[in-house]
Ligand binder design. Structure first.
Ligand SMILES: [Mg+2]
Length: 399
């Protein structure tokens, strides 16, 4: 089987706002083969900056675009996916955006190989990476992932709505957290806890608000601990590794989570080994896809850190994320986008629904197991044409 087309599609809502809502637009990638099998993936990254990585003219041997690296390549099994991952990243050594941009393609390649071999991706990963597991795909507890309301009162309303919807766990993030004083932060967390009820799990996402100020983070963790959050997420900047390490040495009374900003294996490794975080949160749409995410899962298992997905996109991304850690029973939480734009809600023809036991599980469909809704792609497609000196190098005006 050979790769014959690699097509990135820029999809967007009509209006884009400054809200920390990553579902307002997206870059979906379709890969086609000469056997008629096609796969899809999605990047959680700046769509147009990433798109350029698919078509920018070669500058030299270290700046070669993704299409040029892949078209005509042989794709037979997961060994090929790993080989192509290496090749594409090597060819784009000097393209800063490559890890974000390649994520969607890597996911699409796993989808294709799964379809070809008639196996779900998590089983292919099991064979390829030899995880410490029994190979069973375990169900996960979905936690609703939402933004804080602008006030404690609206946060309480959001939490109450999630509880009524049946969520047993929810994460509240960004918004006003850390923007005012300690009392306001405490009231935000308190309102989330009150709305969700005593028995639910709540998580707090501080949205990198305290930079490298680990002392404030320690104080907040102490203040928040009375509400028993499962974790305090990204209280520090992604690159504040030393501050994360110092914070960990202080033994904060709430576990610390981070990692969604990791674009490479090395970034996640640094947070795990030197930041000494408790939960590592990996986005398959940023870290150059399933291939690197699976390596980070291996490291998390070795270091006894809990692996969690970071997903604030469609159920295509959600399913791709879940394949990476489905076979580890202890990694039992799943970030589950509960809100999100119409685009993200309708990008796939089916969803990973919450089962009657309150958990989410993969099916044994081959590949990623969810299909892209082409009508949605057509509806939200923002056509992009790029030409240089009057010669087109990219034209994605039709599906
Ligand atoms: Mg976060």
């Amino acid at each position: 089987m050979k790769i014959v087309a690699v097509d990135p599609f820029y999809l967007k809502m009509p209006d884009i706002t400054t809200d920390a809502d990553g579902t307002q637009d997206t870059l979906a990638v379709r890969v086609r083969t000469d056997e008629g099998i096609e796969g899809w993936g999605e990047c959680d990254a700046s769509p147009l900056v990433s798109l350029a990585t698919y078509c920018c003219p070669m500058s030299h041997g270290n700046i070669i675009n993704i299409r040029q690296s892949l078209i005509g390549e042989v794709l037979g099994g997961s060994d090929d996916i790993l080989r192509l991952h290496k090749k594409v990243l090597r060819n784009a050594l000097d393209i800063q955006q490559i890890d974000h941009a390649y994520s969607g393609t890597d996911i699409a390649l796993w989808d294709i190989v799964g379809q070809k071999l008639k196996r779900p991706v998590y089983q292919l990963l099991e064979d390829q990476f030899r995880f410490l597991s029994d190979g069973i795909g375990y169900p996960k507890i979905p936690y609703a992932s939402v933004l804080f309301g602008d006030t404690p009162e609206t946060t309480f309303q959001i939490a109450t709505r999630l509880k009524i919807q049946g969520f047993k766990a929810a994460k509240f993030g960004w918004g006003p957290m850390g923007k005012f004083d300690e009392q306001y932060d405490i009231e935000l967390v308190e309102s989330a806890r009150e709305g969700m009820g005593k028995s639910a799990q709540i998580m707090i996402d501080a949205g990198v608000v305290w930079g490298s100020d680990y002392k404030t983070v320690y104080d907040r963790a102490k203040a928040f601990s009375q509400f028993s959050p499962t974790w305090l997420e990204e209280p520090l900047a992604p690159e504040a590794i030393e501050a994360y390490g110092t914070l960990s040495a202080l033994n904060p009374p709430v576990p610390i989570a981070a990692g969604e900003g990791s674009a490479t294996f090395r970034m996640a490794e640094d947070l795990i080994l030197h930041g000494r975080i408790d939960y590592v949160q990996i986005d398959v749409g940023r870290v150059s896809g399933i291939t690197t995410a699976a390596r980070i899962r291996q490291l998390a298992e070795q270091q006894e850190v809990q692996y969690v997905n970071h997903t604030f996109k469609s159920h295509l991304s959600l399913a791709a994320s879940l394949h990476v850690f489905a076979t580890n029973e202890d990694f039992n939480l799943l970030e589950y986008p509960a809100d999100g734009s119409e685009l993200s809600q309708r990008l796939t023809t089916e969803k990973l629904e919450v089962g009657s036991d309150g958990q989410v599980r993969l099916t044994d469909q081959p590949g990623i197991g969810v299909k892209v809704d082409l009508n949605t792609v057509r509806e939200f497609l923002a056509p992009v044409k790029i030409e240089i000196n009057g010669t087109p190098i990219f034209d994605q005006s039709v599906l």
